[in-house]
Every structure is written in C-alpha cells, then in structure tokens.
Design a protein around this ligand. Structure first.
Ligand code: 13P
Ligand code: ZN
Length: 271
C-alpha cells in the first residue's frame, strides 16, 4: 500500500476538503498539522526521502524526533484532494530539535506553512496539558468568528461567554473557552509565542480579524471544535443582525449545565 492510501493522508484530505467546503479557507488561507505516530509513518519507509533539511526558528527539544503531516505554505486547500503530495508534506524534527527534514510530499519544492512556528509551539503546550494526547493543530479563517472580532470586546472571558450563550452544547464542547490574543503580524515568532501561551489554558485561540486556532486529539476533534464555535458565532451574527438578544441562557443555567455534564467552566466567565 502506498502512503497516499494511508489512513492519515486520507483523513487529512477529507478534513481539508471539508474546511474548504465550509468556506473557511479561501485561496491559501488556513493550515493544519498532525503529529503522526512513529510506527505509522515508518510502515512507509520505502517512500520516505530526506534530502531537504530546513533550520527551525528556535530550538524545540520537546519535539525531537516527532513526525508531522503538514499543509504547505501558499497551497490552496481546494487543491489538496487533487495533488496531496504537492500540497502536503511529512517532516521529522531532528534529534537536537534545531531543524527538520522533509521526508515525503512538497514535491514541487514547497515547504510547511508559514504558521509552522505557531503550530509547533502550540503542539508543545497541548502535549504538556493533555499528557501527549493532543496531536492536531488547525488554523482556519472561519468567517463568523472573524466577523465577531470586529464587534465584541476582545477578551477571552467576553468572547467565551458570548459563544457559550449561543448554543447549549458550546459549554460542554469547549469548557476551557476560547483564548483571545491581540492582533499581530501572522507567520512570526511573536504571534506563535502568544498563541502557544494561550494554549496552556484553552483548546482554541482567536486571532482577531484573521481566524482561529483549534486543537484536538485527532482531526475530527479539532475540526468539530472549530465547527461548534463557528456555528455559535454564526448564530450570534444572526442574533445581532436581528436587533440583539431578547433572552438568553443565564449564568445559573450554564452552571447547572456544566454540573450536569461534569465539565468545569473556565474561571472568571460565569458570575
Ligand atoms: P500559509 O499558506 O503559509 O499556510 O498561510 C496561510 C495562512 O492562513 C496564514 O495565516
Ligand atoms: Zn491565516
């Protein structure tokens, strides 16, 4: 069996196509990284190369030897299904954590997303807080979440609370809320550090006027998380367009919901 028929490549193609269909990933918008299990990748040893080595922006010892399946910079999500080996790549972080080698994909000379620093630093934080369970970081330009960043107060507590109120399942799906950072220049180390810092407490981070970062143990979970938040954001956009809330789920009800589902709401959101 060829690597193109592996479950991880098939799952990646499916989720990226779903994101495109959702309308979240115009042009080259969005990027996904998936930390692969060593044994899974090594089954395809014969197809792995390793001639291209690229220096990392910083020394990431925590990721030494890890394999990542990642989208390419400048690549269009709508084309991944057509040419996965051009638009995706598998890389392995070196043993000293200072560089990575391209093992598969990026066949036109491409390289990982410009947001790879934010992905890798977020992987480190999410691995720490989930005892290694989190393996996916997903960035996308989810339309309604971006729209709301122009009208809601840009605090973690406010954004989280507004979304929790928009659909009963939100608090259950993301009890740890959505971390909000200030606007920053994308693709740089500063935004990567700010994003990863929020990932210590939250499974999602909003980049105002740009998009969202979501994480999860697998591609379904990361996609489902963003999809849930984006759906709540769409409802809020509709509610605000209809003149605003006349009634909502109260803090008391949200607390009862959390208790009923055995989740702990992020501190400082509910009164
Ligand atoms: P890349 O094409 O480098 O992945 O960038 C897309 C993007 O969404 C930047 O934030
Ligand atoms: Zn982006």
């Amino acid at each position: 069996m060829s690597i193109k028929e592996s479950n991880f490549i098939k799952e990646m193609i499916k989720v990226i196509n779903d994101m495109w269909i959702k309308g979240w990933d115009e042009r080259n918008g969005g990027n996904v990284s998936y930390r692969l299990v060593k044994e899974e990748v090594e089954q395809y040893k014969k197809e792995l190369r390793g001639e291209r080595k690229i220096e990392l922006f910083s020394e990431l010892k925590e990721l030494a030897g890890e394999y990542f399946l990642v989208t390419g910079t400048g690549k269009y999500f709508r084309n991944v299904i057509l040419e996965p080996d051009v638009n995706l790549g598998i890389v392995r972080i070196s043993e000293d954590g200072k560089s990575y080698t391209i093992l598969w994909g990026f066949t036109d000379g491409g390289r990982p997303t410009s947001e790879f620093p934010a992905h890798l630093l977020s992987h480190i934080e999410r691995m720490n807080v989930t005892e290694g369970k989190n393996r996916v970081v997903m960035h996308t330009h989810a339309t309604n979440l971006i729209a709301l960043s122009y009208v809601l107060d840009l605090t973690t507590e406010n954004f989280t609370k507004q979304l929790w109120e928009m659909s009963t399942e939100c608090l259950v799906v993301f009890p740890d809320g959505i971390g909000v950072i200030p606007w920053m220049i994308p693709g740089k180390e500063e935004i990567a550090i700010a994003t990863a810092e929020k990932m210590r407490k939250h499974s999602m981070v909003l980049w105002p006027f740009h998009g969202i970062f979501g994480t999860g143990k697998n591609l379904d979970e990361a996609f489902g998380l963003i999809d849930t938040a984006e759906k709540a954001a769409e409802i809020l956009v509709k509610v605000l367009s209809m003149g605003g809330k006349k009634q909502t789920i109260s803090d008391k009800e949200l607390k009862a919901l959390a208790e009923g589902f055995g989740v702990k709401p992020l501190d400082g959101v509910l009164k």
